[in-house]
Design a protein around this ligand. Sequence first.
Ligand code: ZN
Length: 129
Amino acid sequence: MKKAARKRKAAKKKVESKPDGPCYYCGKETFSLAGDPGEWPVMLPHADDPGKVKPHHVKCILSRLNAFDRLTKDNSNILLRIVNGAMRSCIEAHGDITKEWIGSASKRIDTMIRGFLKNEFKVNGNGDE
Ligand SMILES: [Zn+2]
């Protein structure tokens, strides 16, 4: 291979392998030249750092939109199932739920909803934000 051809190939490889910054949601690198469109970056600002745009994977944004759509559909019973499971857990732990156990029941509901949301928003095994 001629020297110029090698140089062009090396330059092309360098451009293709350059990441566009870590995803705001999952922390893994985004790549605007990736073959998988889910890896492409979408630049968006966040309330925690106003005016500054940060990269997000297309797949991470879609995952959150899908989870939101699932939760807000009129025929979705996801929240009912979560609350039902939390109440059942509280009853199993304390017996019948009285005013005394409202705090415990609320904590269980809160924990289960947070667990559901973290699981829904998990992308490639990394849901930490
Ligand atoms: Zn991501």
